[in-house]
Design a protein around this ligand. Sequence first.
Ligand code: HAS
Ligand code: CU
Length: 578
Amino acid sequence: MGAYIDHFPREAKLIRSAFYTSFIMLALGGIFGVIQTLHRTDVVRFIDSADYYTVLTAHGVFMVIAFTIFFLVGMFTWAVTTSLERPLEDMSFSWLWFLMMTVGAVITGVTILLGFVESVDVSADVLFTFYAPLQAHPLFYIGLVLFVIGTWLAGADWFRSWWAWKRENPDERIPLPTFMVLTTMIMWYIATLAIAVSILGFLLPWSLGIFDHVNPLLTRTLFWFFGHPIVYFWLMPAYMMWYLLLPKFAGGRLFSDPLARVVFILFLLLSTPVGIHHQYMDPGIAEGFKFIVMTNTMFLLLPSFLTAFTVVASIEHGARQHGGDGYFSWLKSLPWREPAFTGMALAGLMFAAGGFSGMINAGMNINYLVHNTLWVPGHFHLTVGTAVALTFMAGSYWLIPQMTGRKLASKPIALLQVVLWFVGMTFMANSMHRSGLIGIPRRTAEPQYQGFEFEAALGSVGELNAQLAIGATLLFLSLTLFLWNMLITAFNKSAESPGENVIPTPLSGPDDSPAVLDNMKLWTAIAVVLVILAYTLPLASIISRGGLLGPGGDAFPVSIDYLTLFAQVALESAAGLV
Ligand code: HAS
Ligand code: CU
């Protein structure tokens, strides 16, 4: 065994291209991020407030669609080829999906950026959620469609590798990394069906002028059908890195392969039937449906708790192999000087906080307090903005040398970079959560609302804004250091063996788990049934009242509380029985 590039030079090139593209997207997203924070906190203002939504849309789309997913496809290609120990089946097909994703991302990206050019009548200031009635230029949707089809083909590529491997190894368990890729992709196929229907069936024809209007509640609901699972589409590659790489870096082995499989299956089953927890405040969806969704969401905490347990146990095992002891002093035996380890561990720690703010979001009644306030961006800068982004950056310090055969330009700067991200995000997320609690809204260039005094019990608005601006500046600095390190590494003359591309075998391996865990057809079927159960009635009720194409009639009809009705009937019949 040597570095990845020694075994799979052709795949390494594809993975490198995916990673570099993702870094370019990260750079663009980062620039817009710092611009908008300094603008809304009134620290530095050089854009017009009217352009704020162009900036915010660019920040969102470049970060959470392009950066994350380009990185994911690189990561998953690494996982499948490494664990099946076989090259991709057909490189020209692989380059095709990569090309499709790139063309799609460029079309959507350029359409958004043209919003800055007043002389051209093209824009897409619709934020990353593209809720109707906000309308983008058709090219925005067309780019997205191409991008998503690219990811579908990428998934097909990995499935193809697995099928080919299975023919040669009919009796073997699916290797864990490939298992993670397959379950994630099945979830993605189910989730993206909704966004395909929403874009191709409604939003694109509407933007082309074929329909006069759409049903905003319907397209929103279809968006969140996809929009919740997408957050796990970002998270699952990060989890994969925590399961496969963190134990390795800590000098140990994964505690339990079966538990990891259970976690990924739970994500496949539960990620989609919870999307309505983003719509607790939407009128037109009955409270009963929202209650069911809240229950599902609370179950969905389980795989993350299992992950916290398994990953920390594996790290502890690693530390104890290297002289660590005591209840907590084993923490000192961890390789804190390794940026890849430290970055991922800090990302995990921050995710614990992000997970807790997620639980608060998920409570139907508390959600009313935080929805549409700065609390929510606080939540997702800890989750996608740190658990995912910092893990990807930290992982790159190991992955890029694997893919290039070149030495990492500067380890100390890499270490500084991951710590800076942690510190910057501490300021920013703290400020955002607290600002949200006093009612400061998200998604606005002018949060000050003249004449309105926010209750300052949790800190003055000035102090919160200062923290936000300091946080964003540190993050921008951290990002610059990361990109600089990657750029120099890519052109580094000194080639150095980057270490072995091996994933240590788990302490409890696949043979300790029931074979049914590997039954992809079964889990897909259950996942589909759960989605049907969760969405048929809400969608039917939205369509029956608002129509497929919306107003004309009432856009947001009165809601009927089915569950209350159901509970009433049940109670009355129970009373009748007694
Ligand atoms: Fe969320 C809104 C609920 C997780 C992203 N979320 C958002 C939005 C985004 C987002 C982008 O129920 C805003 C969308 C928009 O623009 O409107 N979220 C949850 C819940 C979870 C959750 C219950 N979210 C995520 C993840 C995201 C993400 C993951 C991205 C990657 N979220 C919500 C709700 C809303 C919402 C509502 C709507 C709010 C509203 O009103 O608009 C859970 O999955 C969280 C579970 C996590 C845990 C933490 C476990 C801890 C671990 C750490 C282990 C430690 C290690 C370190 C490895 C229970 C795993 C070890 C180190 C050593 C040194 C030992
Ligand atoms: Cu969600």
